[in-house]
Design a binder for this molecule. Sequence first.
Ligand SMILES: [Zn+2]
Length: 323
Amino acid sequence: MAPVPFETACGLLREREGFMSESQYIRKRESRAEHGQSRDLSYPPLPEPLAVGVYDNHAHLEIADGENPMDYREHLDRAGAVGVLGAVQVGGDLETSRWSADVAAREPRLLAAVAIHPNEAPNYEAAGTLDAALAEIDELAARPRVRAIGETGLDFFRTDESGRAAQFRSFEAHIAMAKSHDLAMQIHDRDAHAEVIDTLLRVGAPERTVFHCFSGDAEMARLCADHGWYLSFAGTVTFKNAANLREALSLIPRERILVETDAPFLTPTPFRGRPNSPYLIPITLRAMAEHLETDVLALAAHVTANTERVYGSWDDEPVEPPR
Ligand SMILES: [Zn+2]
């Protein structure tokens, strides 16, 4: 079967493959250069541990990346060694959403998010299977330890005019699911800020709405915070050219801040382009604290409280016994 393109949060192409002997890998990251140059495929060194436990609220641990790919347990072991206690494992199509729900059901360090990604919705629609796919996401949403619908939203960068009707329809269906299951919702918004906000205001946003990999400006950040929505900052907040994100960070109340990796993508400075993993969260948090001129442990405590307010505790629903 020909590889099916799958878009990630910030638009990098990856390919689906029946991958490797390790059954937990669903997909391999495309090895093509991220910035037009050849990538350094080694994982960055472990950062100094954080003394306050934190969580990565958006990661794709089913993707094998790097010269020595890690499975989800290795990612989480490394994370635990530096104070990152767990992650929200995020799906973007039926296959990865099923995997996310399955793995979170048996792994205490993971919760799951399930959805059809906005760049996948037009593909399902073209195949005549979008309604069936949404119905299955609705079933997965009821599974134990599935705590969010995501990633869903709008992407006008990767999807052209012809796919937009399917994106809107899929986004609205996901909003309805988040509400009916009382789950958080993780939004993917690429080059579609106004339309995402209009949709949320028109149909009513779920109680706990998160802008994953927030990419807006100060004005949008203020608007989101005013509506009680959360802004999740990825490694992009450390990038030299991302002054808009740091300005947004400074403007919003601490109660609205979340942190994520979007692993294996968006690795923070100074390791940009190399494989990302939840264990690199302390680098992003330290950069955020430095910009806010605050103590990193105080910020970490805030972010953890916010994370548990949005998704619940990682410990309040037991995992399945081993099979
Ligand atoms: Zn993502």
